[in-house]
Design a protein around this ligand. Sequence first.
Ligand code: G3P
Ligand code: CA
Length: 240
Amino acid sequence: MKLFAHRGFSGKYPENTLLAFRKAAELDIFGVEFDVHLTADRQLVVIHDETIDRTSNGSGFVKDMTLKELRQYDYGKWFGEQFAGEKIPTLREVLAVFKETDHILNIEIKSDIFEYKGIEQLISEEIEMAGIQERIIISSFNHESIQRFHQLQPTIQTGVLFSSLIVDINSYVNSLPGDALHIHYYHIYRHAIQRVIEDGCTVRAFTVNDAAIARQLQTAGIEAIFTDVPDIILSSLHRI
Ligand code: G3P
Ligand code: CA
């Protein structure tokens, strides 16, 4: 089973920071996942929440601040004094960390609470500039955003994110330009998901931080998991 470091190596380092990505890049894992928002001056930044309140010493919505304003704050200290000095990274800076590695990069477009108009085009341009189209998976809880991205870059892989199940998920997934289903791990044993797997769809599960659960998912036919603790899961899977 493949492992994605969720928000970088976020179990040990402050999530979605360059430090967390550099540490993930050192690991022998399949890929890395991270979240992208758009600033007031239309810069692509990597952060999970719509606001900076939880993961910085500042406050406010990402969409209301310029990159310069967002860069004034510290995004490491909340996780531990020793991480002080981390800044909010741009998508370009994160892609650069993985320029020379072979990791797969799952970019989650966080355009589901606020709809960032044109974000798909901007992300598409950044990926082209980095020249790593074949190592990208685009995902989103906003399935229209996935569709828009697919129209721009039909050869780039996509993952359709669900936080809960819907009726007839199988036909829904087949109707989308999605190469994979990304779903919370506690839905994996539901009959509907088992059918999706049997029908040959790639299913990936988030966010799995327990080694015993990871081992169970491996036997359930899951292609990959997203985890904050790739080091722990990696050593546990190796012990099988
Ligand atoms: O992409 C999987 C997972 O990251 C989705 O949930 O809230 O951690 O972005 P969240
Ligand atoms: Ca995410």
